[in-house]
Design a protein around this ligand. Sequence first.
Ligand code: NIG
Ligand code: FE
Length: 405
Amino acid sequence: MSMLLTNIVELVTNDPAHGDGLGIVPDAAVVVQAGRIAWTGPAVSAPSTDAAVDLGGRCVIPGFVDSHSHTVFAGDRAAEFAARMTGEPYTGGGIATTVAATRAASEDTLRARGQALVREMLAQGTTTVEIKSGYGQDVVTESRMLRIARELTPETTYLGAHTVPAEYADDRAGYLRLVTGPMLAACAPHARWVDVFCEPAAPTAFDEDESRAVLRAGLRAGLLARVHGNQLSAGPGVRLAVEVGAASVDHCTHLTDADVDALAGSWGSGPGPTAGGGGPGPGTVATLLPAVEFSTRSPYPDARRLLAAGVPVALATDCNPGSGYSSSMSFVVALAVREMRMSPAEALWSATAGGAAALRRDDVGHLRVGARADLTVLDAPSHTYLAYRPGVPLVSEVWKDGNRA
Ligand code: NIG
Ligand code: FE
């Protein structure tokens, strides 16, 4: 059965066939069939379909792709946040608090929390989400987190190497053996990705050699790599991510010229999948997480420097109880525009097609023919309203795989 979604004042396709940048079609319609996009174009030339839905002159964008979240956990760290707002720095030390709460929680509690957060994301227009482990830091809890995450999304990431837990404080090598051995074996069946918090500036996170060992073990187990890098310092994370062929390096708050060159170089001589161009490629995307800088009161990453160098940029929430507890991609887009000087079009591309590139997915993040019919309907005349009306719930409905969610 084919379905026409029509009376769309502005349709964002990210389809170069409809022009550069966001591939915008004014006064548009979309045909959905078998959960996929079958046609997009001006409403006046729409083909006939079995059924039709009038979207009331709203704006339609591809569902947001949130390529970085930690949405399976227990407890909260509101007190840590409040302390930060009166001057305490963020060091990653609070992760141990969430590890203790997550280990102590029942599987049902963790599942219910994860489900609620993913529902909250969907209601705000996020149709693809990545979820990491990393608050278990033992074999049982890490694999439990990933089993639950796998029920919620195919984009699951093994982050046993988030921090070294207290019981291994004097035996980092022993924890690394666990993470690259029995814990990896228990987690790999439930994960697509391996990740590491590569941050020599944080005493409980991992240095370059440790991070390389974690990533290489994950790759040997058949996982694909992504990296938490350069969040608190201009450490080795970005260059290590490029070295191992990671799909994405996330945070990128502190970058050297060599880091930017390495990211640009990972896409070869041509440009990566930037607005108006190609699809996922073999290079490393820079994923920026400005809700973390907001919530840790830190300087924002230099998005313009990355864009000027031709590095594909993704935007994601990093939704987690410590460094940033927002599930809102609209908020992230608004921050990217206001605080990182991305244009509204660049920010929306990065929150959709950019996130898809960071997950090496070509079926989401755009509305080209054949894409999943994942659409977010905005009660607004244009995508610019995402940043122009920050904090306003503009998402009026969401379609996932061709069905109203
Ligand atoms: O992506 N930086 C490391 N990990 C998370 C924060 C986790 C936490 O503070 O609980 C992040 O920011
Ligand atoms: Fe993170």
